[in-house]
Design a binder for this molecule. Sequence first.
Ligand code: MGD
Ligand code: MGD
Ligand code: MO
Length: 828
Amino acid sequence: MESSVDRIGDPWGGRVPHGRRKRWSARVDSFLAEGVDPAMVQEWVQAASILHSDGDAMDIAVIDGRMVGVRGRATDRVNRGRLGPKDLFGWQANASPDRLRRPLVREGGRLVESDWETAMSRLVTRSHALLDDRGPGSIGFYTSGQLFLEEYYTLAVLARAGIGTNHLDGNTRLCTSTAAEALKESFGCDGQPGSYDDIDHADVIALFGHNIAETQPVQWMRILDRLEGTEPPRLICVDPRPTPVARNAAVHLAPRIGTNVALLNALLHEIIRTDRIDHRYVDAHTVGFEELAARVKDCTPAWAAGICDVPAERIGEAAELLGTADRLLSTVLQGVYQSHQATAAAVQVNNLHLIRGMLGRPGAGVLQMNGQPTAQNTRECGANGDLPGFRNWQNDAHVADLAEVWNVEPSTIPHYAPPTHAMQMFRYAEQGSIRMLWISGTNPAVSLPELARIRSILAQDRLFVVVQDLFLTETAQFADVVLPAATWGEKTGTLTNADRTVHLSAKAVDPPGEAKPDLNIFLDYAARMDFRDKDGGPLISWNDPESAFEAWKRCSAGRPCDYTGLSYAKLRDGSGIQWPVNEQAPDGTERLYTDGVSWAHPDVCENYGKDLVTGAADGVVEYRSLNPDGKAMIKAADYLPPHEIPTEEYPFQLTTGRTLYHFHSRTKTGRAPQLNEAAPDMWVEVNEADAAAQDLAEGDLVEVRSPRGALRGRLRVTKLRPGLLFVPFHYGYWDTPASSGPDTTTPGRAANETTITDWDPASKQPLFKTATAALSLIERGNGKQAPAPTTTASAPMDPASVPATTGGPRAQVSQAPDTAWDAPGGNP
Ligand SMILES: Nc1nc2c(c(=O)[nH]1)N[C@H]1C(S)=C(S)[C@@H](COP(=O)(O)OP(=O)(O)OC[C@H]3O[C@@H](n4cnc5c(=O)[nH]c(N)nc54)[C@H](O)[C@@H]3O)O[C@H]1N2
Ligand SMILES: Nc1nc2c(c(=O)[nH]1)N[C@H]1C(S)=C(S)[C@@H](COP(=O)(O)OP(=O)(O)OC[C@H]3O[C@@H](n4cnc5c(=O)[nH]c(N)nc54)[C@H](O)[C@@H]3O)O[C@H]1N2
Ligand SMILES: [Mo]
């Protein structure tokens, strides 16, 4: 039966019970603009979501060249037609009147409208001047996890072989560099072992620092459906906040932030103590077990309880579930990745699976999650700190192979040092060795830590800043040249989600004004710079998305992320397909490591591993002696306390993160009315006991001050762990008039005013989750409420005290079963 549901008030829609090992039923969610009914739609254009890493497949409705709505794709393996609130409503931002329509250039200190010829020639003139005077190391590129594969690949070729700079990284550094690093440390190579379909089979699902209900809502719908079906899974949630995941968990552990390694070591201790080990798997497929067993020998639950402030019995219960699971699925995300021992902790989750032999079978898998929709592609294509195709920069044969693909000399490709990570690029810009920074598809003036410092870096006269975006963002206001980009729905490309599913997302409508796809901008730059290969031919010979995809396929051939069996034709119409796709696996590969680990061999592996404490890279000799046969590597790590611990001046721990209705700096979700109104402004979450101790109440305007800076927001009293403050990071400066530049005099509301310039030593991912702060009252709320949703982790302590978050009539979404899919023998 088709139904209509307020998907702001009820973000996950209704439940359809989903039995273990059964096929997940389809439900087609659709939302059309007011006054539009499906019969009026002239065209449905195939796409996939770009507001998280789920890769939910959908079609865009078009009337007279305008987007008028979206509908989930029932045939797709990822979402079976379901969509989350951001996907249902977020597309409206495309048509926002304040989209950038023309390039801007800085004249006399101000940004003024210009044209492509002027803007691009400024860029090219500056590039040539810097190359002549200071060399390729003076130019840096900071890109995204939100463009398309074709765009990253083109950027990687032009930056690494065209300019010849080592300074190319993505905001994926802030996002999933730990996922990549943890996979490299354990399996020798990036590449997600598990599959979303593991949710259908698992009997225990453990979520480590991952609020999947709010950040991948469609996979949460799948878990919720299973909780109502036969043989429901038991959930373990490790999160200091009362997230929807925590509320549905069989065991909820709410540790002190920054103590994940202690907790994981205790869980490993218990599993080893009780000998819940798959010894055959360990012997056949791994190295390093003895070392792990020795290192966690004293890490008892009682020991960890003291560090994590979690009852030892709860740790025991969690260990019991993990140890007795018959199919265990674990997911890991930012509560682990954005802390000081990020890689060390993420690797312990891999260890849990290795010692229990829980890999490569339905329901037995690890999801070292991605966050951004195309972060996987940034990593594969080498637009982050790796060489394209997961090639190893320390392996000369890999560099030579890449040089052959590009028809350049190996010496053209910088590989004398590890590729520069984003935090280091900003350091170089601060110190003056990077003089041009080209920022595409990311908003660092909101998303990087310690914003006062970031502003001062971007504001320097000597730094030439290029910003390629849809809007005049906080970052664009610092630019010397602003390039207007087309986005999702206005350009064609492919994207790969967190479980390696590749989707095609096609152009549905024209971009506004003179805005251009990022691919065309990069191609135009490469042509103007006249980059050549070693025979004098053009370095970049492709000219549109499909030819770029074909070029990438050649680069991926024989590599773990092999795309050679894919084509645009194959990706059209049906479902997304999981890489590797090649002659051996023409229909894709559901799970990696079904028969031991395949890419850890010293000749094949993506890196030779790092010291988890110092981050120092190992060399090939050490690697060969540790792992001559290319098995999975069990790496132990001792717990180290967080770098900042509460003091009298800063008595709280402070963590930051997301809410269901907004995406990052809200350039899209803040412009979709249903989403914006569900969480319109900054708030601060505090535990009821802490609020009472400071005589604070819901709605009070408070200041959160850290050693770096301060922010203000209204107080929300919740059940998060005592001693902790949580703030969302979605909100940029106070109302900043676009023309007058950032207002840095009033206290900010951005979370990153308070965060620290510090990173995990192995993955270089910054620490957004572990700071300290003081909390003080600015102004009594007098009946006001925090602008925080009630449907999420920020639900108020007393539900009756605050009106429930609802979307009203304009948030009504149609939900319809798909009988063709659900019929016996229907689409498999
Ligand atoms: N609605 C929405 N969805 C999104 C996004 C978005 O902006 N909005 N962004 C996408 C992107 S790019 C990403 S990376 C993902 C992120 O997805 P998540 O990682 O699920 O989101 P976060 O809110 O950053 O952090 C998750 C949880 O970590 C917990 N946490 C904090 N400190 C610790 C700790 O020390 N230990 C543990 N175990 N947990 C801790 C927080 O309480 C929080 O609930 O979401 C993706 N999906
Ligand atoms: N305190 C704190 N800080 C965090 C985090 C946290 O949990 N806490 N999380 C971190 C994480 S995981 C992430 S992923 C980052 C995200 O941080 P950012 O990447 O800075 O966040 P977005 O707002 O998504 O910025 C993307 C920009 O790209 C633009 N854009 C969208 N589509 C396109 C396109 O097709 N082409 C171009 N050229 N531009 C486009 C958007 O308008 C927007 O300005 O934030 C990080 N920062
Ligand atoms: Mo992210």
